[in-house]
Design a protein around this ligand. Structure first.
Ligand SMILES: CC(=O)N[C@H]1[C@@H](OP(=O)(O)OP(=O)(O)OC[C@H]2O[C@@H](n3ccc(=O)[nH]c3=O)[C@H](O)[C@@H]2O)O[C@H](CO)[C@@H](O)[C@@H]1O
Ligand SMILES: C=C(OP(=O)(O)O)C(=O)O
Length: 419
């Protein structure tokens, strides 16, 4: 089993290039199945385990997938004949649920094993199912497999989501691209990755309007074709490096970012006394003194993203004063706090609230990543702690951060991966 070993206490300095957005890419790869002709070239894919998993899944369904450069894939889906995705890879990741929308739209039926993903709370898919059913599909769950079936094809429908769900919004969008008539999603998620997936589908010939607002209209089309596309930069990877720069009182320039997508993070860091300078596609973060504690409530976009709550909580552990974090999306997203406490952090968690009393210094310890962003929170903790931190269970981190140790080494950190 691999682990990350970090000698802390070094301010991060230099430039880091941010990769493609995990949560856009993991929807775009299942979406390729929808193409009726042509060959895709998709660039700026993050080099992470979730993408490797999806490559394997696409191949097992019959697609031809070829690496054509760093983070670039050429994909031909004319060999995809199977509507069943039941492999182990499907169960390893969350976003495999997007195969439901794609396969259902393509074949009128889909059988997909229950997805995995981060253990951050109950992760229902009732809103996805509600959407498919409204479009005329019959959905059952049997022996850990979600089965969706339609006899006479999907029909456009008016769907009001009960909760703002990224997954349900994208999955319904995928299913609706080729449905007969118009589908309207109300109370849709507005995250940058939702917009990116809509842009990708439109590049294939879909007619999707309103992505980025809370009403999305999808006008069904008969045919879709492959396209060339470049995935947007990862808002959450960028936010993690911003937090790491602030925590280590460093000076880091992030390249290949969309500053607009980072606004809620930038605002919180500014509130803490960190300096953030936006360029056109860069952000510089530096900090010369101890940041101040803040209150954070996670919310759907454009609110503060839940996926950055955990790295941000590490910054709060060493900030001046008390911080209160309200995690409104996932009820189980404070598991990493027990690990931070092993490093001396003063955190009290009650339900969805964490009260963090800032201390001068964390101290290095042996800790285990509980989930993807919880793992990133521990990496940030290791970078600032006194002494050595060893992080195990790093498969979680590898699901969503590309070359994390190389990127941090380039910024001056003493971090290595050991067996
Ligand atoms: C692969 C991917 O993109 N993962 C992201 C996606 O997860 P995911 O798509 O699973 O998250 P959702 O946006 O669907 O979930 C948001 C909230 O809605 C609830 N809910 C969701 C679906 C449903 O059918 N019923 C229901 O009640 C969930 O319990 C949660 O409280 O968005 C989350 C919220 O930004 C992020 O933390 C994840 O990183
Ligand atoms: C929770 C996350 O991922 P997933 O939904 O893929 O588990 C995340 O990216 O923070």
């Amino acid at each position: 089993m691999e682990k990350l070993v970090i000698e802390g206490g070094i301010p991060l300095k230099g430039e880091v290039v941010i990769g493609g957005a995990k949560n856009a890419a993991v929807a775009i790869l299942p979406a390729v199945i929808l193409a009726d002709k042509g060959e895709f070239v998709i660039e700026n894919l993050p080099q992470i385990e979730d993408i490797k998993c999806l490559e394997e899944i696409l191949k097992s369904l019959g697609a031809n997938v070829e690496e054509v450069g760093e983070g670039a894939l050429k994909i031909d889906v004319k060999g995809v004949k199977d509507f069943r995705a039941l492999s182990e890879e499907v169960k390893k990741m969350r976003a495999s649920y997007y195969l439901l929308g794609s396969l259902l739209a393509k074949f009128g039926r889909a059988e997909v094993a229950f997805p995995g993903g981060c253990p951050i709370g109950v992760r229902p898919i009732d809103q996805h199912i509600k959407g498919f059913e409204a479009m005329g599909a019959k959905v059952t769950i049997e022996h850990g497999v979600i089965k969706a079936y339609t006899e006479s094809g999907l029909k456009g429908a008016h769907i009001f989501l009960d909760v703002v769900s990224v997954g349900a919004t994208i999955n319904i969008m995928l299913a609706a691209t080729k449905a007969e008539g118009v589908t309207i999603i109300e109370n849709a998620a507005k995250e940058p990755h939702v917009v990116d997936v809509a842009n990708f589908l439109n590049s294939m010939g879909a007619k999707i309007k309103g992505a980025g607002t809370d009403v999305i209209k999808i006008y069904g089309v008969k045919e879709l074709e492959a396209c060339n596309y470049s995935v947007i930069p990862d808002q959450i990877e960028a936010g993690t490096y911003m937090v790491a720069a602030a925590a280590t009182q460093g000076d880091v320039v992030l390249k290949n970012v969309i500053p607009k997508h980072l606004e809620s993070i930038t605002a919180k860091l500014l509130e803490m006394g960190v300096i953030v300078e936006e360029g056109e596609d860069t952000v510089r973060v530096y900090c010369k003194k101890r940041p101040k504690g803040v209150n954070i409530k996670t919310l759907p976009y454009p609110g503060f993203p839940t996926d950055l709550q955990q790295p941000m909580s590490t910054l709060c552990t060493i900030a001046e004063g008390v911080s209160i974090i309200n995690e409104s999306i996932w009820e189980g997203r404070f598991k990493h706090c027990d690990e931070l406490k092993r490093m001396g952090a003063k955190i009290k968690v009650e339900g969805r609230i964490a009260v963090i009393e800032g201390i001068d210094k964390l101290s290095g310890a042996e800790v285990a990543a509980t989930d993807l962003r919880g793992g990133a929170a521990l990496v940030v903790a290791g970078l600032v702690a006194d002494g050595v931190t060893e992080i195990t269970n790093i498969r979680h981190i590898d699901r969503g951060y590309e070359k994390i140790e190389y990127k941090l080494q380039k910024l001056g950190a003493k971090i290595k991966r050991v067996k």
